[in-house]
Ligand binder design. Structure first.
Ligand SMILES: NC(=O)c1ccc[n+]([C@@H]2O[C@H](COP(=O)([O-])OP(=O)(O)OC[C@H]3O[C@@H](n4cnc5c(N)ncnc54)[C@H](O)[C@@H]3O)[C@@H](O)[C@H]2O)c1
Length: 315
């Protein structure tokens, strides 16, 4: 019988992106195995899925091998914000590198398709703008962000070597800043920081002069990109940029958040941290051509949904 039903493993499934991915896969009728060690993810993120007949949760650290039977793997396990990944940098590198080796080994054994949640951080502090996938990046291998950036770069290397050497069906997504409900309220990322500060009418902290730019992709758009990438033809491996190319300066973001919340917050300026990129913007031409994907949710609308979530959890 022909059907689209699949047993899908989501590593990091209790995290921000992972929990939205689990929601969406279940809604599409798949069986979902969510694996997480709850390093930054929470049961709260997936609480409403726990009784679902097609959902299974396993506490497991991806730095150890995993023996399960699945058809597809989304490898999202990895702390994603500097506060979390710099807390235990050795574990961060292990999660990216050993985690990749373990999921690739699993994919090889069960002949599963495997998608890697890579990152725009593989471009480091880019010298080209916007970044296309053929740009090799400008990363400081010794800096405090290197555990994440180089870990993710090495994971990409492993994915492509397993593809060449063992003919694995791989997909590599380079994810740019994504935001939405279930982001960590205290992870130091700019969107959650600004919203939390504004909800409390506290001063909003902007690093440097706030002229550094970021592009912000709403979570539903990102998940849509993941699914399209997973379903793309076998000969399309990526890497492919997924993100929203509309650039905003950090100062513009701060002003928008204050306006949407109606906060009394003032903006205060602090020195730029080490290795903080000045510009970050995806070129998503490839995603448009290969996946017919582009983000749809405008920043204001996505911010409103995110603000509603933060209001709710701060009650
Ligand atoms: N959110 C973004 O803007 C963004 C941008 C670029 C890349 N990414 C990538 O997407 C993925 C998901 O990011 P997120 O924003 O949802 O972060 P998150 O921290 O909310 O999710 C990561 C999840 O992985 C789990 N985890 C961490 N180490 C683990 C381990 N050793 N074993 C098992 N589980 C482990 C955490 O507990 C958490 O649930 C990450 O790989 C991240 O690098 C995210």
């Amino acid at each position: 019988m022909q059907h689209n039903w699949k047993r899908t493993l989501v590593t990091g499934g209790a995290g921000f992106l992972g929990s939205h991915l689990c929601d969406r896969l279940l809604a599409e009728g798949h069986d979902v195995l969510c694996v997480d060690n709850f390093y930054t993810g929470t049961k709260e993120n997936i609480r409403k899925l726990l009784g679902h007949p097609c959902f299974e949760l396993m506490r497991h650290d991806v730095t150890f091998p995993l023996y399960v039977e699945v058809d597809e793997i989304y490898n999202l396990a990895c702390p994603a914000s500097p506060i979390h990944y710099q807390f235990d940098p050795v574990q961060t590198t292990k999660t990216s590198v050993h985690g990749a080796i373990n999921v690739l080994g699993l994919a090889k054994r069960v002949k599963a398709r495997v998608l890697q949640a890579s990152t725009s951080e593989v471009y480091g502090d880019p010298t080209v703008h916007p970044q296309t996938e053929d740009y090799w990046g400008h990363v400081n291998p010794l800096g405090i962000r290197a555990c994440y950036d180089e870990g993710k770069r090495c994971a990409e290397t492993l994915f492509f070597d397993y593809h060449r050497q063992h003919h694995l069906k791989i997909k590599v997504a380079r994810i740019f800043n994504t935001y939405g409900p279930r982001m960590h309220p205290n992870d130091g990322r700019v969107v959650s920081n600004f919203i939390m500060q504004a909800l409390r009418d506290e001063p909003i902290t902007v690093y440097g002069e706030g002229r550094q730019t970021r592009s912000f992709c709403y979570v539903d758009d990102m998940i849509d990109g993941f699914l399209r990438l997973m379903e793309s033809p076998d000969n399309f491996t990526g890497p492919v940029n997924l993100g929203n190319p509309t650039e905003f300066s950090i100062l513009e973001l701060a002003e928008m958040v204050i306006r949407l919340i109606g906060a009394k917050s003032k903006i205060v300026f602090k020195p730029l941290p080490q290795d903080d990129p000045m510009q970050r913007q995806p070129d998503i031409t490839l995603a448009g051509e290969a996946l017919q994907w582009k983000p749809k949710v405008p920043l204001e609308e996505g911010l409103m949904r995110t603000i509603d979530y933060f209001r709710e959890i701060s009650k």
